[in-house]
Write a protein that binds this ligand. Structure first.
Ligand SMILES: [Zn+2]
Length: 121
């Protein structure tokens, strides 16, 4: 990736997202298309998220005093636009929205017209 690309990405406006750590997602484009996984971390300022065991990259670590070094595999982030949350009720990839519950709190729900169930229990 060139320096110019990196800079543009850093300054990109944030994409509003309801995605949170712990959500199960489906990758809809890119190298990991069709795979599902659990969100480890949402990087709001980059519009990206890290997903468990997806988009693995190898890092060559030098041995230091307390670690042996070698090749370490770790998750690289995936752009939010390549992910869709999987609804636990209808088991389909969906978009989510927030509605107010009776106690005044926000509750995320599935936007599929045939489902509309709450995502979080
Ligand atoms: Zn649903």
């Amino acid at each position: 990736m060139s320096a110019a690309t990196k800079k543009r990405e850093a300054e990109a406006p944030r994409v509003p997202t309801h995605l949170r750590k712990g959500d199960t997602i489906l990758v809809i484009t890119g190298r990991e298309r069709g795979k599902t996984g659990k969100v480890l971390q949402v990087l709001l300022e980059k519009n990206r998220a890290k997903v468990e065991r997806l988009n693995m990259v190898k890092r060559h670590r030098k041995a230091t005093g307390n670690s042996a070094g070698g090749i370490v595999e770790k998750e690289a982030s995936i752009h939010l636009s390549n992910l869709q949350i999987l609804c636990g009720r209808c088991n389909k990839p969906t978009r989510i929205a927030v509605r107010r519950t009776e106690d005044g709190k926000g509750s995320r729900y599935c936007r599929r017209p045939d489902c509309r169930e709450a995502i979080d229990e």
